[in-house]
Write a protein that binds this ligand. Sequence first.
Ligand code: KIV
Ligand code: ZN
Length: 527
Amino acid sequence: MGDKVFIFDTTLRDGEQVPGAKLARDQKVEIARQLSALNVDIIEAGFPASSPGDFESVHAIARAVRGPVITGLARAVKKDIDTLWEAVKVARRPRIHTFLGTSDIHIQKKFRADREKILGWCVDTVKYARSLCRDVEFSTEDASRTDFEYLCRTVEAVVKAGATTINIPDTVGYAAPQEMADRVRRLKEKVPALDNVILSMHCHDDLGLATANTLAGILAGARQAEVTVNGIGERAGNASLEEVVMALRTRKDVFGGLQTGVNAKEISKTSAMVSRLMGLPIQRNKAIVGSNAFAHSSGIHQDGILKDRSTYEIIRPEDVGVTAHTFALTARSGRAALKHHIVGMGHHPTDAQLDEIYERFLALADKKKEVMIEDLGILVQDVMFKVPETYRLVHLQILSGTQATPMAALKVQRNHEVIEEASTGNGPIDAAYRCIERIVGKSFALIDFGLNAVTSGKDAIGEARVRIRSNGTIFSGGASSTDINEAAIKAYLAAINRWVAAEANEGKKGKGKSKGKKPVVSAMASP
Ligand code: KIV
Ligand code: ZN
């Protein structure tokens, strides 16, 4: 028994059996090429006898993908086996994979036959497949519910008939890990001929035990794992490739140093490709490949990760091709996690600035379930690049509609004085800007105005950016709010505040001293 576990990928066969996940030929070839980059050992490319389209796909993969063994599935009938062989024989390393149900339930209810007849059928099938191909895999379908003595007899007979890989599927996901390990160990003891062939696990996930059962079988002596990317497959799916591979790799101590040849760095890319092409979203908390698999949410965990990743991380995200572990920014995120993000944006706040950003962050996180990195960017701008708030919006009332003339009424505080204005306009923002110009007593050239949703969802934050010009100098302002009118008004006031600050500076320096290129100054305001 070697220390290599062969990875047999059946994403394109058992995985493609998922309703609605049917792929076109070129998509299948694209996935098969990626599976080859992932360095799986065997690709089960389809079920060629099931349709001419499937035949074409398997055939195209057999021609195009040269690394792994290429196989397909065939029922234990001559016509299916011939069709499969036609599809895969051009492959550099073809395999025939054929199967027959061996449990009494299958024998009696599906075939209306008896054990002896089925045993003979298995042997004849394998002999025929071997007459075509040197590499033949035989699956005793529903093996986990097959009478143990009968399973031993069947396995012994098909190995004698020439099978080179024996697969004992848990077709209906019924087995428990201890039972699976026991079955594999006893099978290997009872059938010494298994020492000369590869014993394979193929587990379904009906009880959520597919990965555990596969690993239990491997621990007991199986050396091939039949898996799918993202665990997709018939009903609840199959054992997932990424889970089996990463469990063996992460827990070498438990699995006796067994290895696969999989290039784990390709896992994330492969998973995303399968999900996209098959239209099957990955659940967020899916092990290894879910979007939350490396996202730390609790403040305690984030703090631990920043001190030493091993505190809460058993797999380095980059080892499976994930570019970074992420911190979900929620009300539970700590100061350290926040600082980590801000420094990552290229800013270095003082302790006081960090305190203020954190305070505002907590207020925002109370309103939103998750604060996006873009939200944080706005908070940082607000705190780190602020100017005195000479003009501050106190109250805003907007009237607009398809039949109404847009109107705005504003209360703005200038130092200690509250000034009220109302105006109509071409739109609500135009009306509000007219109010502001009356309050300030000056009109500005609005040279740029932009509104952006910086976060998604119904509670998205709108960000407004404004650039105004006065005497050739440009002043920018930005603001954010869940109310876009409010954001637009605050952004305008922020630019004006920057102008006020510049004017005050000029006054101090003495009028007329500043010549040459006019500067651009910017400011941000926030909710
Ligand atoms: O689940 C199963 O038993 C199978 C076999 C045909 C290998 O997919
Ligand atoms: Zn299956």
